[in-house]
Design a protein around this ligand. Sequence first.
Ligand SMILES: *[C@@H]1O[C@H](CO)[C@@H](O)[C@H](O)[C@H]1NC(C)=O
Ligand SMILES: *[C@@H]1O[C@H](CO)[C@@H](O)[C@H](O)[C@H]1NC(C)=O
Ligand SMILES: *[C@@H]1O[C@H](CO)[C@@H](O)[C@H](O)[C@H]1NC(C)=O
Ligand SMILES: *[C@@H]1O[C@H](CO)[C@@H](O)[C@H](O)[C@H]1NC(C)=O
Ligand SMILES: *[C@@H]1O[C@H](CO)[C@@H](O)[C@H](O)[C@H]1NC(C)=O
Ligand SMILES: *[C@@H]1O[C@H](CO)[C@@H](O)[C@H](O)[C@H]1NC(C)=O
Ligand SMILES: *[C@@H]1O[C@H](CO)[C@@H](O)[C@H](O)[C@H]1NC(C)=O
Ligand SMILES: *[C@@H]1O[C@H](CO)[C@@H](O)[C@H](O)[C@H]1NC(C)=O
Ligand SMILES: *[C@@H]1O[C@H](CO)[C@@H](O)[C@H](O)[C@H]1NC(C)=O
Length: 666
Amino acid sequence: MKLVKGLRAGLLSVWLSGFLLIALSFYGTQLLSPSSLDGPFRYSSRSIAAPPPRITIFTALRSSSSLDEDSQAFLAIRSWLALSSQVTVVLFSQHSNLSSDFSFTDKFGSRLLLDSTIDFTFLGTPFIHSMLARSEAYQSDIAVLMDPETVLLPDFISALNYAHQLDRDWLLVSSSVGIPSFPFSWDNTGHFWRQGNGKRVRFGELQKMISLRSWQSNSSESKMIMAWNTVDVPLQCGVLPPFLYQRATYNQWIINEAMSCKRRFVFDATSTISSFYLGNEDNRSDNNVSKPKARNWEYIGNSHLGQLYGSLFSKSFTLPKLLKCNKHYMFVNVSDRSVDLSILEGKGVGFRRREKISACISRTKSRSLKLDIVQKKDEAVPQLKFPFDLQSLLPLVADKNRTVVLSIAGYSYKDMLMSWVCRLRRLKVPNFLVCALDDETYQFSILQGLPVFIDPYAPKNISFNDCHFGSKCFQRVTKVKSRTVLKILKQGYNVLLSDVDVYWFRNPLPLLQSFGPSVLVAQSDEYNTTVPINQPRRLNSGFYFTRSDAPTITAMEKVVKHAATSGLSEQPSFYDTLCGEGGVYRLGDDRCLEPETNLTVQFLDRELFPNGAYRDLWLKEDVRAECEKKHCFVLHNNWISGRLKKIERQMMRGLWEYDASMRMCV
Ligand SMILES: *[C@@H]1O[C@H](CO)[C@@H](O)[C@H](O)[C@H]1NC(C)=O
Ligand SMILES: *[C@@H]1O[C@H](CO)[C@@H](O)[C@H](O)[C@H]1NC(C)=O
Ligand SMILES: *[C@@H]1O[C@H](CO)[C@@H](O)[C@H](O)[C@H]1NC(C)=O
Ligand SMILES: *[C@@H]1O[C@H](CO)[C@@H](O)[C@H](O)[C@H]1NC(C)=O
Ligand SMILES: *[C@@H]1O[C@H](CO)[C@@H](O)[C@H](O)[C@H]1NC(C)=O
Ligand SMILES: *[C@@H]1O[C@H](CO)[C@@H](O)[C@H](O)[C@H]1NC(C)=O
Ligand SMILES: *[C@@H]1O[C@H](CO)[C@@H](O)[C@H](O)[C@H]1NC(C)=O
Ligand SMILES: *[C@@H]1O[C@H](CO)[C@@H](O)[C@H](O)[C@H]1NC(C)=O
Ligand SMILES: *[C@@H]1O[C@H](CO)[C@@H](O)[C@H](O)[C@H]1NC(C)=O
């Protein structure tokens, strides 16, 4: 591979045996640091001839993390913004109101942007593919992706300014060092650190500290900085799977993919960028010290994804290293110990200069990239054990009114499930739960960050195309639904059951909860606009809201019992039990009253909750505009046979929110 096409002035073999030795060169650090850097430690942007590149640093906070003055992230982000006015920070966070408790937004103003439009798992862990996709929307010369707790020193800016002058697309990677403590305090007015005695900390001292620490520590570090130019071009050729941010594996995955893709020059700049974080991996706020293994499944999930997709294990690469010697940057090929001198300014590099450089390099101890330990393909991947069941998920996802939104899906409906989930994420409805009918759906949902549980009694062979209304399969599946709803009601939670083919325009929960206790609220399946909506068997069991109160639980028990002995789907069981056979318990045009429990069934206004046949809405040119005009809450994609036709109708009408090929919400 040519480092810089056509420019390669000469390849100089350098003996680098001492290169990796720790013992060599305590002097190295001194020699390496240009004299200016030995002056008082102060952040400032260096003046260079070309306009300095705009640098945007992307990072994310888990929803449980805070950003108060004492937090690691506060310390780190402050250090980035103080580096140079070239730097802008985009902080992905689920809290759209984070800015209110940001005590430094005033200070850094427009250089700190909050973005809550990416996807997070139900536990608030951000998705890396969603972050990277979103980063392309920002105008910048250089994009940087890093952990929010990593502190940067000024050589970061110099290295990026240098890389910015390369004449091809590149991806820079650099490892950070964990240090046990950082005994300095930040001087806000001067933008530097002070020692306990008030003296300024020199940059060289910090650099030395990081260097020494790096050699002492032999743990693998998973904290890495990635930076790249041409920010609207993806780093890899393949599609990034839904890796979880800060949960290992993806750094190595991206590097491997970027190398095999050959679109970018990938290099290791660890020895030229000084960065550190406090503590070690096991001692971080998001890795609860008392329960360090509690989130183990997230790491294993990333490892699964790494194995499933891409070429993580097919090849191993050695990255060229970016070194700095006598103020000059250069690339060194670690395999054949050659130096690419073409990058040095000036065409010809004289013999004396070469000698000097080779001597400098052999003196230099240089830090290298440290990657996560990734399971090799031939080693068995530990079983992905999701530490949640229905009982433990309920308190995690339920809203303040103890309400959950439940959906039930089998594998053939997994894309439709995701479209439904993406829509709820978009509407900021976080309290949904997924019941998986089979193991494939269960595994798939875990890797998509969904709060999922599996119904052990579900019929196992339901994943086929024609599980549509009226079929035997449909009858068996629907019975899982009422059984699961009842189980949740008995645990003290209200349930809105919504099939995955119900498209949500807006959040109906506030309205549904307003009907009060002892009322079961359901969509009507009646399409004839001139007849009452509570006609026999018109209760749609694909969208209904139930409260966890005694009348509802007793009534639901009757429905489940009725359905168990019925040869039909559960839909008639609902109607016949709650509204009586032939509708004998009907009350007015839109209700029923079940006499034994006094449970009222309220049918929802079809203008607001239209079924798939009502007013031929699905045939309208612009379904969305039509529904928005009516102020619809939801539109059911029913009254159509066949999974593919159903999906096609929803996609054609622009009511589809998941890009299966990119594996993310759109
Ligand atoms: C901000 O968000 C937090 C967490 O979501 C919440 O507890 C708090 O009430 C919100 N504050 C305001 C002013 O909305
Ligand atoms: C690093 O390695 C040395 C020697 O192999 C060992 O004694 C030491 O305990 C290791 N340190 C850590 C933090 O693993
Ligand atoms: C974790 O880090 C804190 C400093 O942030 C330190 O006081 C504590 O001793 C560390 N704990 C462990 C187990 O390393
Ligand atoms: C860590 O887990 C323990 C036990 O579950 C909990 O009590 C504690 O609040 C957690 N600490 C943090 C910082 O999340
Ligand atoms: C580094 O050296 C090895 C061995 O000579 C060679 O195969 C490889 O192509 C070189 N890499 C680069 C980036 O020049
Ligand atoms: C599904 O499995 C059940 C028994 O587990 C069997 O009775 C039924 O015929 C199967 N249905 C189909 C469509 O394969
Ligand atoms: C909880 O229920 C009340 C009415 O019972 C409603 O006003 C409120 O919006 C509900 N809260 C949520 C989060 O849905
Ligand atoms: C709707 O119901 C009315 C009254 O029962 C009937 O005359 C009409 O034919 C029905 N329309 C459709 C489209 O079924
Ligand atoms: C239902 O309501 C009727 C009339 O208000 C009352 O007599 C009856 O006891 C109620 N039944 C139950 C189960 O609450």
